[in-house]
Design a protein around this ligand. Structure first.
Ligand code: XMP
Length: 520
């Protein structure tokens, strides 16, 4: 397949996947490779451009991740970001030193309006030569390599960006990939389109086509096992695999009794024997096992661990029945990777049971995570591209631990029933109001609060349901959605009238951060 490619060379920084995402937003296909990748391999891919990412090291230290001078002599435009910018200078004979003070956060840079990297930036800033960027560095470029000139600076940093136009080499000390850099997208667009000359005709169909082809080549005649949760991510992963290898794929769907109302049957209708896909489908009804394991447990992280561990046990038992497989598929997406602390620098915020922690005793050779580099909105695009029904593609994202993390305090079968019923009413009304495609994620959760109410002539002492609805682009940050009051009122009165055990309904206004999207 002849396609424009930009290669991102990873030096271990925390925003590396964002760089790739931004390039793809320019409709240019992009792949990430470790800095250890052989240069000949990269050259053979014939990339239109190369981007060197940030990283936690100092490039002048012994043993720091590095690259060779040849990388800059391939005749392919190279853009170095942060560590990548410093490394470019270091390798080409410039000087990088420790600054007296770390420069961190939003910073104003003064830039050269004539530089190709900053094309259109001044216009966007009302004709100014100043713009806000995101800085995060200890070291700075104190002397440029031959042929380079500085094209941006800050009060503390003489080289915030530099170029050697004749050689096609560009260095940016800040992080254009981060949204805090006001014109970052324009700068990356300028590199990818203006400087590298990419036409930008890559779309999700190429990702899908390329991934199916690559999976087919990799798997050959091998056997593949997939844990299907019924959520968007694992469903898209399963369909990709089913299109690649058909009946070589077996999907195990564990119904842990923490699914949304009727969801188990809906999943079975799509992926089971009566559905449109070619694969082997196994449904395990493990509700009782889960409820008994969760009895008396209130601490959220412990609940997550129990649900995750139990999932592994159930999955393991099924896998044993199936016997040795070659590959294990997971629907891991990028936010899972980052928030599990596997993405590099970031701390563990929550454990996600769908990343890592796989049963050692399941006999498999390798894990396949076809969606690992995608954000949620990209996964949806891939789903549509794959011809998965819209209803499923735009279905609410649903966490692996399910309603277990939408019930504050102990999980019981009765509380599950309350959340399922309340949530079904909420979803129905949101859809009726035509909001189901515009609101990012919405659901009902059960607070652990019981309070006094009155119903008919009777005093009640029942639970409060919390309604959550957020808008988000990438699920890393989110804001409460503005649901019309009338819709909320209808939902409230229906829940109180129709769901036994509830006498109050709240709407959660909290954004993320400081809240999380889930309610646990
Ligand atoms: P939070 O609550 O962390 O959620 O703001 C961000 C997004 O991730 C989903 N989420 C999970 N998804 N396994 C998953 O597959 C999990 O353990 C998990 N925890 C949160 C959440 O629904 C939201 O879309």
């Amino acid at each position: 397949m002849d396609r424009e490619l930009v290669v991102v060379i990873d030096f271990g920084g925390q925003y590396n996947q964002l760089v790739a995402r931004r390039v793809r937003e320019c409709n240019v296909y992009c792949e990430i490779y470790s800095y250890k990748t052989d240069l000949a391999k990269i050259k053979a891919m014939n990339p239109k451009g190369i981007i060197l990412t940030g990283g936690p090291n100092s490039c002048y230290e012994e043993g720091a991740p590095t690259c060779t001078r040849e990388l800059f002599e391939l005749g392919i435009p190279v853009l170095g970001l942060c560590y990548g910018a410093q490394l470019m200078q270091h390798v080409l004979g410039g000087k990088v030193e420790r600054a007296s003070m770390r420069e961190y956060g939003k910073t104003e840079v003064i830039f050269d309006k004539t530089a190709a990297l900053f094309d259109g930036v001044s216009e966007a800033e009302g004709g100014s030569d100043r713009t806000i960027v995101w800085m995060s560095h200890f070291d700075y470029i104190s002397r440029l390599a031959d042929g380079f000139r500085s094209i941006a600076h800050t009060d503390n940093c003489p080289v915030a960006a530099a170029q050697n136009e004749a050689a096609g080499l560009y260095a940016i000390q800040f992080h254009p990939e981060v949204l805090h850099t006001a014109q970052g997208k324009t700068m990356l667009h300028n590199f990818v389109h203006g400087i590298c000359g990419c036409a930008g005709d890559w779309k999700m169909d190429s990702f899908v086509e390329h991934t199916i082809q690559a999976l087919r080549e990799k798997i050959g005649t091998g056997k593949v096992l997939c844990a299907l949760s019924g959520g968007v991510d694992s469903s898209v992963a399963a369909v990709l695999l089913s299109k690649a290898v058909g009946n070589q794929l077996t999907c195990v769907f564990v119904d842990h009794g923490l699914l949304r109302k009727d969801e188990g049957n809906e999943v079975e209708a799509v992926f089971g024997p009566d559905g449109p896909y070619e694969l082997n489908f196994i449904r395990v009804n493990a509700q009782e096992r889960y409820y008994s394991k969760l009895a008396g447990v209130t601490e959220p992280e412990q609940k997550r661990k129990i649900i995750g561990e139990e999932f592994i046990r159930v999955f393991e038992e099924e896998a044993k029945k199936i016997g040795a497989v070659d590959y294990l598929v997971q629907g891991t997406i990028y936010p899972d990777v980052v928030e599990s602390g596997l993405g590099g620098e970031s701390a563990v915020i929550k454990s996600h049971h769908n990343v890592g922690g796989l049963p050692d005793c399941v006999d498999f050779k390798e894990i396949i995570e076809p969606l690992r580099d995608l954000f949620k909105d990209e996964v949806r695009k891939a789903g549509l591209e794959l011809g998965i029904p819209e209803k499923l593609v735009f279905r609410q994202p649903f966490p692996g631990p399910g309603l277990g993390i939408r019930i504050v305090g102990e999980v019981t079968a009765d509380k599950v029933r309350i959340v399922q019923d309340a949530d079904a009413i909420y979803r129905e009304e949101i859809a009726k109001a035509g909001l189901d495609k515009t609101v990012g994620q919405y659901f009902a959760a059960l607070t652990n609060m019981q309070s006094v109410g009155v119903m008919g002539d009777e005093r009640t002492y029942d639970y409060a349901v919390a309604l959550r609805a957020v808008n988000t682009i990438d699920f890393m940050t989110a804001e409460a959605a503005e649901i019309p009051f009338a819709v909320l009122q209808t939902v409230m009165s229906r829940i109180i009238n129709e769901v036994r055990g509830v006498n109050r309904v709240f709407y959660d206004l909290t954004s993320k951060p400081p809240g999380t999207i889930e309610f646990e």
